[in-house]
Design a protein around this ligand. Structure first.
Ligand SMILES: Cc1cc2nc3c(=O)[nH]c(=O)nc-3n(C[C@H](O)[C@H](O)[C@H](O)COP(=O)(O)OP(=O)(O)OC[C@H]3O[C@@H](n4cnc5c(N)ncnc54)[C@H](O)[C@@H]3O)c2cc1C
Ligand code: FES
Ligand code: FES
Length: 497
């Protein structure tokens, strides 16, 4: 096997002597690329954002910003990374670098004061700058005022150049204030034909390479196929499986967890398929949430409601459904949604596959029916979908926060009667749960305020919510009831013209 290597700003470098748990952030800084900053080391601030060349959604390659503090550098064996230093170009030896358009706009619009957050902001901004659909929007030229709201789809969160401000939702700035940063984001144009990173998108991304990176007694391993990975997991049931590392990276940095053997599954082709069949949708467990969001493009409305409320774009660029379900967390955001969608999980081990309804998957706090050596290969959603669907995440902040309570609804209402109700809850028990009593209180009844109020009372009694630093038990129970009343209001109140 070839020694592990990574290409940073166009130059190849060996990963050794970094430890298998060394993050991309520490690796870059050790090599003098100190533009990439550490603010929190837990995915919350974006100061460490860098761009990685990944399989694209609309082009062969996308430049995807990720949190360098969470990803082990060994996970990027054979891959290409661009840091804030690599965005600028040197046109002739000895001349100062020419700023990248996003750096230029940040400078001239006063988007940087102390500058600590700036390299992370420009990497996240560059990711959005190169997003193909944004480029198409920017190429159409300046605002013509012909959109339905008179500004071509621009609003407080979307620029006239198609820039989606949520691309920066994982980046924090403590001193500049966000208006000049937004001004810079909304001012960038489309990349020119000569732009090397824009041209790079037209070629395939680096293929994943098998990796066996060892230092002392620990190893980071990536196999080419699912079958090889499952054989390895049979031999090493103690191994820690990682996909996007957005959970595991926090464990390593904040709780100092180490593993003798870490096995990467994020580039396994068998875990990266997405298929919409006549009777079900199958979503690979190692697709990132951003990939699922962009590839499904609203096909599953309840998932479309989930994604913007899940962490930040930076985290969603790494996070997977396999990881969210794999942790077994009772406050993960995808389980309530997937429970309402009646999802099942395709579990695979060296002996074969089995399909388990998600409602039967969790068995206790961070416990599940998944056996040692078994992986989540895919999530299956039966079709057709229930037409009335909503995901309510109750958290202290609107974006980039962990749920206090999360509720997902999927209802069939025909002729004014609730024919079927599926409700998934998070944050009210040791596991994500279905609100079975509330479902029974709704099914067969007219969809009226009386039914909604009676069912909301039942919903307040579901689960065994706890009091903790996020919310009290009473608040959690109250929010459950409010959530159903909100759904009723959303589905029945006339929208003011
Ligand atoms: C700043 C921040 C904000 C966050 N916000 C949210 C949020 O709003 N909502 C939310 O729900 N979560 C949130 N999270 C948690 C995390 O992002 C999610 O749980 C994410 O889905 C994990 O996916 P991953 O691929 O990164 O998992 P990883 O960290 O790679 O893996 C986590 C664990 O899952 C298991 N695993 C991974 N893939 C598989 C598989 N295919 N089969 C079996 N087991 C597997 C492994 O045991 C592994 O140890 C946040 C995390 C951070 C750092
Ligand atoms: S250092 Fe804060 S997100 Fe990485
Ligand atoms: S410029 Fe100082 S933290 Fe953003």
């Amino acid at each position: 096997m070839v020694a592990a290597r990574i290409t940073v700003n166009g130059k190849e470098a060996p990963i050794a002597p970094a430890a298998p748990h060394t993050t991309v952030l520490d690796f870059l800084r050790e090599r003098g690329l100190t533009g990439t900053k550490e603010g929190c080391a837990e995915g919350e601030c974006g100061a460490c954002s860098v761009l990685v060349a990944r399989p694209g959604v609309n082009k062969p390659t996308d430049w995807v910003p990720v949190n360098a503090c969470l990803v082990p550098v060994a996970a990027l064996d054979g891959q290409e990374v661009v840091t804030s230093e690599g965005l600028a170009t040197v046109e002739a030896p000895g001349t100062p670098p020419v700023l990248h358009p996003v750096q230029e706009e940040m400078a001239v619009r006063g988007g940087s004061q102390c500058g600590y957050c700036t390299p992370g902001f420009v990497c996240s901004m560059a990711g959005e700058y190169y997003r193909p659909d944004r480029c198409a929007h920017a190429e159409q030229g300046p605002d013509t005022g012909e959109g339905t709201d008179g500004n071509d789809g621009a609003d407080a969160e979307h620029g006239p150049n198609g820039f989606d401000l949520h691309a920066l939702s994982g980046n924090l700035c403590r001193c500049t204030g966000y208006r000049p940063i937004r001004d810079a984001a909304f001012a960038v144009g489309a990349p020119t034909d000569e732009d090397p990173l824009a041209r790079r998108r037209e070629q395939a991304p680096p293929a994943p390479v098998a990796t066996e990176y060892r230092q002392d007694d620990s190893a980071f391993v990536r196999r080419d196929t699912l079958a090889e990975t499952l054989r390895l997991l049979r031999e090493r049931p103690d191994a820690v499986v990682v996909a996007g590392s957005t959970d595991w990276g926090v464990e390593v940095n904040i709780r100092s967890r180490r593993a003798d053997c870490v096995v990467a599954v994020d580039r396994l082709p068998e875990l990266r398929e997405l298929r919409v069949e006549s009777d079900h949708v199958e979503i690979g467990a190692a697709l990132t949430l951003t990939e699922i969001e962009r590839r499904l493009d609203g096909t599953v409305p309840l998932l479309a409601q989930l994604f913007p409320q899940f962490a930040s774009r930076l985290i969603r660029n790494g996070a997977t459904l396999g990881g969210n379900l794999g942790t077994g967390s009772p406050i993960g955001d995808s389980p309530p949604v997937l429970l309402a969608l009646e999802a099942s999980l395709v579990l695979a081990d060296a002996d074969g596959e089995r399909e388990v309804p998600l409602a039967e998957y969790f068995t206790g706090y961070r416990q599940s029916v998944r056996r040692p050596g078994e992986l989540i290969r895919a999530v299956r959603l039966p079709l057709p979908l229930s037409p009335v669907a909503a995901f309510h995440k109750i958290a202290k902040r609107r974006f980039d926060d962990i749920s206090s309570v999360a509720v997902a609804f999927a209802l069939d209402v025909e002729g004014g009667t609730v024919r079927k109700a599926r409700i998934g809850l998070g944050g009210v028990a040791a596991t994500p749960v279905r609100a079975l009593a509330t479902e029974a209180a709704l099914e067969g009844r007219p969809w009226t305020s009386g039914t909604a109020e009676a069912a909301a009372e039942v919903l307040r009694g579901e689960g065994t919510p706890m009091s903790d630093h996020r919310a009290s038990a009473g608040y959690r129970a109250a929010m459950l009831g409010q959530s159903l009343l909100k759904l009723y209001a959303q589905t029945t109140e006339a929208v003011p013209s």
